[in-house]
Structures are given as C-alpha cells and as structure tokens.
Write a protein that binds this ligand. Sequence first.
Ligand SMILES: [Zn+2]
Length: 218
Amino acid sequence: MRIVLVGPPGAGKGTQAAFLAKNLAIPHISTGDLFRANISQQTELGKLAKSYMDKGDLVPDEVTIAMAKDRMEQPDAENGFLLDGFPRNVPQAETLKKLLLQEWDARLSVVLELVVDEDEVVRRLSGRRTCRRCERVWHVLYDPPARTGICDDCGGELFQRDDDSEETIRHRLEVYAEQTSPLIAFYADENILIGIDATGPVEEVTSRAMAALRPFVR
Ligand SMILES: [Zn+2]
C-alpha cells in the first residue's frame, strides 16, 4: 500500500509514521532522511541538494522528487511505502501521481491526515521545558519534575526553548495551514483523503490510524 502521511507540527507525525510503517511492513520514507542519506553517501542528487542548502536556498522540487523516486525503486518498497514530508505542495503531488502511473502503473492507496486541535498542540508544545545541562525535555503538565524549574536527573535549570513558545507554535501552525490546505484539498478531490483524530496518547492514535488504514491493506 502506498500512503502519504500529512499533519501539522506537534501532531507527532514522525512518531506515527515510524509505528505505522513498522506495523504495515513498508518503509518509512521521510524527506529529512532522504536528504541526509543522499548527502552522506555523496550521491549526485545529494551533492546537488547540498549546493542549494549551503547557499541557504530551498532544494528544488525536481531534486526532492528524484530522490524520492530512487528510494521508491528500492526492493523493500516493492509492496508500498509511507511518505512523510513529501509531497508538500500541489505541484509535487501532481508529479508524484504521474510518476506512480508511469513507473508502476499505480496510484496512492490513501492519504492519512493527522487532525489535531490547535489549542491542544499549543498546550502540548508550550509546556515543554528543556534542561540546560543534560537537555532532557520535561513537561509542566504531562511530565513535571519534582521541583519546579529543576531537572530531576541532573539538577540543571529548566528553560523554555524559543521553538516552544506559544507565539512561535501558533505561527508555525498558521504557516502549515496556509501551505498545506491546497494539498489537502487536492487529495480530497481525488477521494483518497482520510482524517483521523491525532489527539491523545501515541498508542491510541496509532490504533485509530491502523483502523482507518485496514480497508486498504492487501
Ligand atoms: Zn538535566
């Protein structure tokens, strides 16, 4: 089965992608891993991607797509794959659709959207506190240390990273919604979009996702 996973920052997408891929025995293909692998193995695509990244530019879509194609051609992806972070816009989605048809005479099985309540994401992320000394991450509500502001493990001082401030989180969610809503609409039009509630414990979200995917497992 060929799956695309989409979800906002704070939805636990990376974690769910890893669990789902394992349960379904298909590779988890994330753009981050693709970039890292191609750059560390110094492939032609990796060198090309790096030349853009070194200049602080975005890696062009064609390069990302070529890396994804290489990866989807590997033997472990014969029975499908779970894409994470790609496609990230409508032109990439259209290219992926053409590529699957041309190379494999195939289509995506399903696009799974992790749906979370914005306030819930803010609550989850803005409660994070990081230890200055050992970098362990605590949570003021869900995983508080015994003494407020002090790391249980090493006695270090806890602080809130800029990334975890409410303002930054709300901004990232806004950017995500703006960039991703056309992609979501595209897949809704294709009738392959399924949304699941990604609120709550990781295992519960995984079971919900597996239940939603079950009809597509062959
Ligand atoms: Zn610590």
